[in-house]
Design a binder for this molecule. Sequence first.
Ligand code: B1M
Length: 215
Amino acid sequence: MLDYSFLSQAVIEGDWNKASQLTAAALDSGASPQHIITHGLQTAMSVVGEKYSSGEYFLPDMLMAARAVNNAIKVLEPLLSDTGMPTLGKVVLGTVKGDIHDIGKNIVAMFLKGVGFEVFDLGVDVSDEKFVAAVRKTKPGILGLSVLLTTTMPSIGSVITALDAAGLRSDVKVIVGGAPVTQSYANLIGADAYAHDGGEAARVCKELIRNKGVI
Ligand code: B1M
């Protein structure tokens, strides 16, 4: 396996120029975008999270690291998103209300586009009403909800309840994910599926659409 320690270190230090240069270099050495995300970028963000938890890092440090990851992702995006494939269907995606973390959601969006889904990204801190309105307007096969904070996890359940109240729940499959979410939590709140990373989200969404009889 390629040595990603320099790339991870650049992210941890929030050196965004170096992060994009080393990402490009990893691609040149034959690494796949998926491998770079998992072993170079996601690993680094776990270290950043640990440093924040232990009091070694503060909010600005997390922001610098986030900027470095976003720069690295920009290098990978054309490779993951550009497909000549016919569309598999629409996915409405967003980070739930109260939560502004979007790096993971953006990665999930890239993977979904990469396998041929048309993605409608609503951004972060998305209210139940906005999710419901987007489902009503866009008529996606799938709604994807991302959450990073334990305090905002209940928002997933409240989006599902709001879809129910609007009479739209049976029209759309709901997939959930994000660091604090588990399969059992997804089951508990009545989601249709859970994925632990972008690659799995793409695979599971294809499965959901296949089960709906669309492909
Ligand atoms: Co925040 N933050 N943060 N933060 N932050 C965490 C999540 C935290 C674990 C750090 C820590 O304490 N160790 C902690 C949460 C603790 C908890 O809830 N128990 C935390 C906290 C506390 C906070 C604040 C409250 C801090 C404060 O203000 N005092 C604040 C909250 C703001 C808010 O949302 N209201 C806050 C703010 C921020 C920044 C803005 C500084 C920045 C976010 C920048 C951005 O996203 N643009 C930030 C960051 C960077 C982090 C950490 C360090 C990294 C998150 C990340 O990008 N990971 C994070 C620590 C950590 O995660 N270890 C932390 C990399 C990313 C690729 O992984 O997002 O997990 P992830 O996505 C993965 C999978 O989860 C999955 O696939 C993705 C790709 O493989 N996935 C899905 C995600 N969504 C999915 C959806 C799916 C399927 C799979 O289907 C639809």
